[in-house]
Design a protein around this ligand. Structure first.
Ligand code: FES
Length: 83
């Protein structure tokens, strides 16, 4: 499956870059080009890095938009405590 349309990078290319040691969006971009165009695939790259146990460098800095979206989505979908 193509994940990065700008550079025609497949999901398996991302996984290979991560398996080869890429531990940030920038590293993945250097290895396969994903995330270096429009940026629409960056959340997918961050998800794959997170699943591989690698940190999102922007999350570490506290300004990762994907992390904020995930937290907000979780808060909206979790049942509220009965008051
Ligand atoms: S879709 Fe990956 S940089 Fe545009």
């Amino acid at each position: 499956m193509i994940v990065c349309l700008c550079h025609a990078v497949r999901d398996r290319d991302l996984d290979a870059a991560i398996a080869d040691g890429a531990d940030s969006v920038q590293d993945v971009g250097k290895q396969c080009g994903a995330g270096t165009g429009c940026g629409a695939c960056i959340p997918e790259i961050e998800d794959r890095l997170e699943r591989a146990g690698r940190g999102c460098d922007r999350a570490a800095a506290g300004d990762c938009p994907q992390t904020l979206v995930s937290v907000r989505s979780r808060n909206l979908t979790e049942p509220r405590d009965a008051a």
